[in-house]
Design a protein around this ligand. Structure first.
Ligand code: ATP
Length: 568
């Protein structure tokens, strides 16, 4: 199915490209060619914006600022010093990227709406500088006489030559975006966007991904700004105005936030709409407004998916291996020593200590609020403890980030489902395998995890459509995709039917048999009885008893804490 779509998509793209080339060379007037050239410039800007706004999911309002920096660097350096394109173009890209790198540290940490405001402020600050620093920027009038593009001795003339040149650079930008947005990275972005809490536990570094996306948005924005002033031959505060940002945002929303073709469709459409509707005179803006509204309502993911249907192709082999036995491994167990954690006045953990040996399944029970999930969060680095430490193979894990802990071989599932609805089961598992850097070949690990969790038939189903029981197994398959030595499962059997519970128990036993140390948090005693090799009970942030299943359950302190029975 996907292959057929890919084939059809390729035909659509080639047909679109040929139609555009024929129109540009044979039918377009010089005015039309100028509009098409501007479309190519905007394609580059939107491609960059897709990184941060689309894939990262962060509403940046700085794309106009990066565009303006590229425009002013080329305008000022080109006109004041007569410097040629081969220097001003890379310089425009470099300075826009440098600006992004400088503001990234304070700005990228901000929550969504503060991030939008901070990036808008950057845009406004640069605009004020451009208008007021007249001696350098030309003030409100800007700088006329920006030189044309000259490559070695060849001047790229207005009209068709400049059009072809700009679109050649747009094509190069598309190739760079295509190279950067390989399927595993697109899936990582999706996991980060949809389930930010869980992302580090599967080897994804959200900060690094967002930083890289911000730099790419700036580089592409700077390149577009430089080409814009070569097209207009003048640089003015208009290039830093909010209008550019709104144009970019509209093109991205209309074309689509995620697909490279969306940048082309959005840029072409939004530059040509004013021309097509010109005859409407004063009603033009109303008509454009209605059209945009209709597109946002009826095509919320933009127009690109209407023309191109292919999903993200998986680069991993589709064969499900017959061998469902997880590979035997030499593992080290988990040592939890005196972990404490307070949330304001609540003492969630109060010196909890526990060990889980390789091949062991330690069940962890305790009343609601006992601190079980907090323990899982501290062990996997999702939260930092106040005291105590977690060790594996004599290495102190408490100082590591959640991503580093995950990559060191400690995997987990979450109490509430953390699956991105729009990815398929295979994509979810393979994203974890790739990011966790499993030592075995990724496709072998993915196929093994899918087979072990009995997901072979659901491999290409989108997670959003899966029933709860299957989702639980997908989460386990993803957790073992990095071939972990330690697995922390937070209530994996909650809400499962008996048969589904048996499947999860089977998976746990198979993993333990292969040497994995498993900490199994659950409330379901029947499920635990069939799964665990040892039981521990937690109350008020401490492990109050551990040992064989029946011994722990018979303990008066456990019965008092867990079942609310008075010690008789
Ligand atoms: P359950 O069985 O209901 O999942 P639990 O044993 O997993 O409970 P935790 O979720 O670890 O318990 O919570 C332990 C205590 O810490 C509770 O009192 C809880 O309200 C508190 N707590 C946990 N996380 C936070 C947080 N982020 N902020 C404030 N308090 C928290």
């Amino acid at each position: 199915m996907t292959g057929m779509h890919l084939g059809r998509d390729r035909v659509t793209l080639i047909a679109g490209g040929v139609a555009l080339a024929v129109y540009a060379t044979l039918f377009a007037s010089s005015y039309d060619q100028r509009i098409l050239t501007l479309s190519g410039v905007y394609v580059i800007m939107v491609l960059g914006y897709q990184f941060i706004f689309g894939h990262s999911g962060a509403l940046s309002l700085a794309q106009g600022a990066f565009f303006g920096v590229g425009a002013y660097v080329t305008g000022i350096v080109g006109s004041q010093f007569g410097t040629g394109f081969l220097i001003t173009f890379p310089l425009s890209i470099a300075l826009a990227t440098l600006l992004a790198a400088i503001v990234a540290a304070p700005v990228l940490r901000l929550a969504s709406h503060y991030f939008a405001l901070a990036t808008l402020a950057l845009n406004q600050l640069l605009l004020v500088i451009a208008v007021n620093w007249e001696s350098v920027t030309g003030g409100a009038n800007g700088i006329p006489g920006v030189p044309p593009v000259i490559l070695f001795d060849w001047q790229v003339g207005r009209g068709l030559p400049l059009l072809v040149f700009v679109w050649a650079l747009a094509a190069a930008a598309m190739l760079i975006a295509h190279w950067q947005l390989r399927p595993s990275r697109v899936s990582s972005f999706t996991v980060m966007r949809e389930t930010p809490l869980a992302a580090p536990a599967f080897g994804i570094e959200p900060g690094l991904l967002r930083f890289r996306a911000f730099l790419f948005s700036a580089a592409f924005g700077g390149a577009a700004g430089a080409l814009f002033v070569h097209t207009n031959r003048v640089v003015s505060p208009e290039t830093l105005g909010f209008g550019i940002m709104v144009t970019c945002l509209t093109m991205t929303v209309v074309g689509g936030r995620f697909r490279i073709a969306g940048a082309v469709i959005g840029a072409l459409l939004l530059t040509h709409l004013p021309e097509w509707f010109r005859g409407l005179d004063e009603y033009y803006l109303v008509a454009v407004g209605f059209l945009l509204l209709a597109m946002v309502v009826f095509a919320p993911n933009g127009l690109a998916p209407l023309f191109l249907r292919a999903g993200e192709p998986s680069r991993l082999s589709k064969t499900i291996a017959g061998d469902i036995e997880p590979p035997a491994k030499s593992t080290a167990g988990l040592v939890i020593e005196g972990l404490s954690k307070r949330y304001g006045g609540v003492r969630a953990l109060d010196g909890a200590s526990l060990q889980v040996e390789p091949g062991e399944i330690v069940g962890l029970i305790g009343p609601n609020g006992a601190g079980k999930t907090t323990l899982a969060n501290l062990v996997t680095g999702i939260e930092r403890g106040d005291a105590g430490h977690v060790e594996r193979a004599s290495a102190n894990l408490s100082v590591l980030s959640a991503t580093a802990i995950a990559r060191s071989g400690i995997a987990r599932t979450f109490q509430t489902s953390q699956l991105p609805d729009e990815l398929t089961v295979r994509q979810v598992v393979s994203t974890a395998a790739v990011n966790l850097g499993s030592t075995a070949p990724a496709d072998k690990v993915v196929n093994g995890a899918l087979a072990l969790c009995k997901l072979s038939d659901d491999a290409d189903t989108h997670c959003g459509t899966l029933p709860h029981g299957v989702r639980r197994r997908v989460e386990i398959a993803r957790a073992i995709a990095g071939d972990p030595g330690v697995l922390v499962l937070d209530e994996p059997a909650a809400g499962l039917a008996d048969e589904e519970q048996r499947q999860v128990a089977d998976i746990c036993r198979a993993l333990a048999h292969a040497g994995t140390a498993i900490l199994l948090i659950d409330h379901n005693l029947e499920f635990l009885r069939t799964s665990v090799t040892r039981l521990a009970c937690m109350d008020a942030g401490r492990i109050i008893m551990e040992g064989p299943f029946d011994t722990v359950l018979a303990d008066p302190a456990v019965r008092a804490a867990y079942f609310g029975m008075a010690d008789q």
